[in-house]
Design a protein around this ligand. Structure first.
Ligand SMILES: NC(=O)c1ccc[n+]([C@@H]2O[C@H](COP(=O)([O-])OP(=O)(O)OC[C@H]3O[C@@H](n4cnc5c(N)ncnc54)[C@H](OP(=O)(O)O)[C@@H]3O)[C@@H](O)[C@H]2O)c1
Length: 220
């Protein structure tokens, strides 16, 4: 039996945070939900319990306490908020997995705000040098978590990082959520993964994919 993990989701009341929380709550891990808006947090907590009364989930008020207890911290906040959150949790995530889901796009969705040779995940690793930052879920739209099979194909979800065990742990989580994990490479691969989502958003707008689309690598 796989080890039960404690997973903190910072920004759990947002589109991605709530979708990830609801998906993970179907498994056997322990979830800690964090959010600034108590009403939204209560709604999420109740939704999860309605879906699965046995879900091991709690609301936690403080990112420091949650990071201290968690095995994995998922940052489901906008890229612009990551530096402040990282500063707060930095002492508590040493040797822990921190998942970067961010796509650091500008407001017009035509370029990135990160340096040309970097990515949100690499910038987060610089802010949290003692954590094991893993890129995941950035090419998965929030709606895909409830329906990971799109047009009869299971969506791929790319995972990238420098620590092999951390990458495998996150790939296991991805698989448990009904997505198909593809280990893409080291953390620098995040640059490509984030640009893949920039392209998907542009195609979604242009072709009317209704925010339910994804990537699938076809192979024999
Ligand atoms: N939406 C997608 O389909 C999608 C797909 C792939 C990746 N992503 C990435 O996922 C991340 C979240 O996107 P989203 O669409 O879920 O955004 P969202 O719906 O706006 O949710 C953002 C969450 O972060 C919280 N937050 C904002 N600023 C914060 C701060 N300074 N400190 C703590 N919490 C803060 C918000 O709380 P409040 O409610 O209190 O403001 C909310 O819970 C982004 O980095 C985005 O690039 C999104």
């Amino acid at each position: 039996m796989k080890t039960k993990l404690t997973i903190a989701i910072i920004g759990s009341t947002g589109n991605m945070g709530s979708a990830i929380a609801k998906s993970l709550a179907k498994g056997r891990n322990r979830l800690m939900l964090l959010g600034r808006d108590e009403t939204k947090l209560n709604t999420l907590y109740n939704d999860i319990h309605t879906q699965n009364n046995d879900a091991d989930v709690e609301m936690v008020g403080c990112p420091k306490d949650a990071s201290w207890e968690a095995d994995i911290v998922i940052l489901a906040v906008p890229y612009a908020a990551e530096a402040a959150v990282a500063e707060e949790i930095k002492p508590y995530v040493t040797q822990k997995i921190v998942v970067s889901i961010a796509n650091p796009m500008n407001d017009t969705f035509d370029s990135m705000v990160t340096p040309a040779d970097s990515s949100a995940a690499q910038e987060l690793q610089k802010l949290l040098p003692d954590a094991q930052v893993v890129k995941a879920f950035n090419t998965t739209y929030a709606a895909n978590f409830a329906e990971p099979v799109i047009g009869d194909k299971q969506a791929d979800a790319f995972v990238a990082g420098d620590d092999e065990l951390a990458v495998q742990t996150v790939a296991g989580l991805v698989e448990s959520m009904g997505l198909h994990p593809v280990v893409a490479g080291n953390l620098a691969t995040s640059h490509t993964l984030e640009h893949m989502q920039l392209l998907l958003i542009q195609l979604t707008v242009k072709n009317g994919y209704n925010w339910h689309a994804g990537w699938k690598i076809l192979h024999n």
